[in-house]
Design a protein around this ligand. Structure first.
Ligand SMILES: [Zn+2]
Length: 327
């Protein structure tokens, strides 16, 4: 088991310093310098997909951090890393992560602590976003909430009774793989009908393409390389197929979220990520279907909203705040 080498963290001392938040995504890795007011004051980016060697990748992250620290002439109190397939307990990104070309296990906390001599914490990217909402966003002072990230996949972080839930193997909150239809769409996890096959950016595109195929009137829209962002723009222009796509997405998402409520009795569900940028065409039907699908005992006790934090900042801020989990 990985044990943080900095056993006696003085939180007041830590809070006085700048912290680093690292958001490792399949395409880019963003390293942000965060001040004590919770603002990302500077950032550096690495192209994740160019790396096939874990040690080189982590050393480049360390170099970026040193560069930011020197350029701004500040002290760094801690480093937090949000990544897919991250193990909070071991401090490693597990082997064979779907969206990374690096296939071996990456002991990122151990390497960064050795190179930078500051405490480093790693967590799942959705958990990091949940921490970000809890400290800087609309889940401030909220002890029970679910943060759901809609992107290439669907991730989630759960807070219950004031604590982030890690679970037995640090794998709690894989809401994207909640089975909606056992005979539904094939999922990257090898099963069928998972929530993310319908409500991720990819799922939204598939729904639109299926509707377009059945429709005679698609206004010369090239559906081949269409993105969820394009479909969002079409929806806000009033395109009926795009609006229907978000109506269907909202229905599936509402069923998944209503089920999630029965596990942890949250006060709030906060959604973030690209597909939420569409706004009303998703949020309005989502609230309606959620109300329809919610078990009556939770009626009027849970709200759904889209995150108010800037997406790019939320991931960095969440990662930067991870050090709080060690206390
Ligand atoms: Zn799945």
């Amino acid at each position: 088991m990985y044990v943080c080498i900095f056993k006696d963290l003085n939180m007041l001392e830590q809070m006085d310093k700048y912290v680093i938040g690292v958001d490792i995504g399949g395409t880019n890795t963003v390293i942000g310098l965060v001040n004590k007011e919770g603002k990302v004051v500077s950032r550096d980016t690495l192209a994740t997909q160019t790396y096939t060697d874990g040690a080189i990748f982590v050393m480049d992250i360390a170099k970026s951090i040193i560069k930011l620290k020197s350029f701004h002439d500040v002290e760094i109190g801690s480093v937090g890393v949000g990544a897919p397939n991250a193990n909070f307990v071991s401090g490693c990104i597990e082997s064979n992560t779907a969206n990374l070309r690096i296939k071996e296990e990456i002991p990122i906390c151990k390497i960064l602590e050795k190179e930078l001599n500051v405490p480093t914490v790693l967590s799942n990217d959705a958990d990091a976003a949940a921490i970000g909402e809890h400290i800087y966003g609309s889940a401030k002072n909220c002890s029970n909430f679910i943060l759901v990230t809609l992107g290439t996949g669907v991730g989630s972080g759960f807070f219950a009774d004031g604590h982030l839930i890690h679970g037995h193997n640090c794998m709690a909150g894989e809401l994207g793989h909640l089975t909606l239809y056992p005979e539904g769409r094939e999922c990257s996890c090898g099963r069928c009908g998972c929530l993310e096959t319908y409500t991720s950016a990819r799922g939204i595109c598939q729904t639109f393409k299926e509707l377009a195929k059945k429709s005679n009137n698609i206004d010369n829209i090239n559906t081949e390389n269409i993105t969820s962002k394009d479909i969002g723009e079409l929806a806000n222009e009033g395109n009926p197929l795009a609006l229907k796509t978000f109506e269907i997405t909202a229905k599936y998402l509402a069923i998944g979220l209503a089920n999630a409520v029965t596990f942890s009795n949250p006060e709030k569900i906060i959604l973030m990520g690209g597909p939420t940028k569409v706004g009303a065409p998703l949020l309005i039907p989502l609230k309606r279907y959620f109300k329809d699908n919610l078990l009556f005992i939770y009626e009027n006790s849970v709200t759904i909203e889209f995150s108010q934090l800037d997406d790019n900042d939320a991931a960095i801020l969440g990662a930067a705040a991870l050090i709080n989990l060690k206390n």
